[in-house]
Design a protein around this ligand. Structure first.
Ligand code: BG6
Length: 478
């Protein structure tokens, strides 16, 4: 019988990352991570990467929304919405403050033990990202980051410690958050957050990026293999930031360009899901004279560590044009793409395209035939608190309901196997690209502002009750 709606075991939930919610950046023995040296920016104002934590800068992730101290109450609110799962990350620097220690930091391990217990108490499955922009800054400064193969060993050691420790508490894992972000070296934060690298500082950024990636692919494959040995029930995913690129026109040059640029996204999941470098990439390396240093045995490591599922984040689509001097507004964030004249956009220029999610799901499922987990989707907006304290975020409800409807169509019409849906920033948190508080995604409002003011008090937005009903009706009432 064909699937008519969301499966009964569908993982409805919400997503965040440790560094964007926890705060407590120097508590419990935690070390300095790559985001701890990122200042606050704004729309069109890039965040600055400082050498170390410097006295005269504001680093919003240091305090974030204080989940480190308030997680019990926040989790109770997730439970009230009916979450079946909650995606967050384990901050590497809570477990290995510098990344190269022999022994893990027990206080950090205990924090996640307690937090996972709290989730499980409410029947919420943790979904854990092992690397979400949180690598120890020490590994950047003293080892040259992921360009050094040793860093892959440190990451595998960290992953082994946490997978062993939480083998009875966590079943769903993701190795690297949006590993393909670093393909964009227009703004340094993409490479720095993914891998502690500023690619534009290198003469041949592409060569350097592929070497870094090779180390990350190996690390990811080793972690998948290791994880399955620790607990055969583990489901370990790889993740890409999925932003379909449409050809700007039906001119074949635009179609070919869109196809070529899409391959620059697929290559990441091709390696992690299929377990080998695809032919189109090897040809590209040949053409460009890129030589990736590999050791004997590397290819079998990749083959033996294929991910169990593909996790994606989806926010928008863009268009690409082969014309040298294209008309139309270019985006500030993403290389090689432009805004689609048919689509509206958020205040941050992120275009709204629910059909694009269906396109993404269908394409990816046809390509891999593996379950897909939508681990990020959402609408960053400025929320207005009314005099009576209410927050009427109908724009967020509209965005999410249209996207959930598109997921339902992909399941029902195309037969895509979708495991779950965790909207991004289920509780307001610090924006990754801008470091702002005012770019809010949450169902739960946090009284904290860009000027540093605010009580950190939590309140329920209109979307809180809407999402509660979506989960209760298994996606039937949107
Ligand atoms: C994804 C990241 O790129 O997008 C998240 O995995 C991030 O960490 C999210 O927060 C939304 O981006 P932003 O810049 O609006 O916070």
């Amino acid at each position: 019988m064909s699937q008519q709606g969301f499966p009964t075991d569908f993982l409805w939930g919400g997503a965040v990352a440790a560094h964007q919610v926890e705060g407590g950046w120097d508590q419990g023995g935690k070390g300095v991570s790559v985001v701890d040296v990122l200042t606050k920016g704004a729309h069109e104002v890039p965040r600055v990467i400082t050498e170390s934590v410097e006295a005269d800068h504001f680093y919003p992730n240091h305090e974030a929304v204080d989940f480190y101290h308030r997680y019990k109450k926040d989790i109770a609110l997730f439970a009230e919405m009916g979450f079946k799962c909650f995606r967050t990350s384990i901050a590497w620097t809570r477990i290995f403050p510098n990344g190269d220690e022999k022994e893990p930091n027990e206080a950090g391990l205990q924090f996640y033990d307690d937090m996972f217990d709290e989730l499980l108490k409410h029947g919420i499955e943790p979904v854990i990202t092992l690397s979400h922009f949180e690598m120890p800054n020490h590994l950047v400064k003293h080892y040259g980051s992921w360009l050094n193969r040793k860093v892959a060993d440190f990451f595998v050691a960290f992953s082994q410690v946490v997978m062993e420790r939480y083998k009875h508490k966590v079943k769903y894992w993701i190795t690297f958050n949006e590993i393909n972000n670093q393909r964009n070296w227009k703004l340094p934060i993409w490479g720095y957050c993914n891998s502690g690298m500023i690619y534009s500082d290198h003469g041949n950024p592409e060569q350097v990026m592929y070497q870094v990636l090779h180390h990350q692919f190996l690390a990811s494959a080793k972690v998948v293999k290791l994880g399955h040995a620790i607990n055969p029930d583990f489901k370990i995913g790889s993740m890409i930031h999925m932003m379909p690129l449409y050809p700007a026109t039906c001119h074949p040059d635009d179609v070919l360009l869109a196809q070529e640029l899409m391959r620059q996204k697929y290559l990441f999941s091709d390696v992690q899901i299929r377990g080998y470098y695809p032919s189109y990439l090897r040809k590209e390396w040949e053409r460009k004279g890129i030589a990736v240093e590999m050791q004997p045995g590397d290819e079998s490591i990749l083959r033996e560590g294929c991910a169990d599922y593909l996790a994606i984040s989806y926010y928008m689509t863009n268009i690409v044009s082969a014309k040298k001097d294209p008309d139309g507004e270019t985006t500030s964030l993403f290389e090689d793409s432009k805004l689609n004249p048919y689509l509206p956009a958020s205040d941050w220029g992120w275009q709204i395209d629910p059909d694009g999610l269906r396109v993404a799901l269908s394409d990816l499922y046809e390509r891999y035939q593996k379950p897909i987990f939508i681990v990020e989707n959402g609408f960053g907006a400025i929320d207005q608190v009314e005099d009576d304290g209410s927050i009427n975020d109908d724009y967020r409800i509209d965005y999410l309901s249209a996207h959930i409807r598109a997921v339902k169509e992909a399941i029902t019409i195309e037969g895509v196997d979708v495991m779950g849906y965790t909207p991004w920033g289920c509780i307001d948190c610090v924006s990754f690209t801008t470091g702002e508080y005012r770019k809010r995604y949450g169902f739960i409002y946090v009284d904290k502002h860009d000027d540093g003011s605010g009580t950190m008090a939590r309140s329920k937005k209109k979307s809180f009750f809407w999402y509660q009903n979506v989960i209760a009706t298994k996606g039937e009432s949107l």
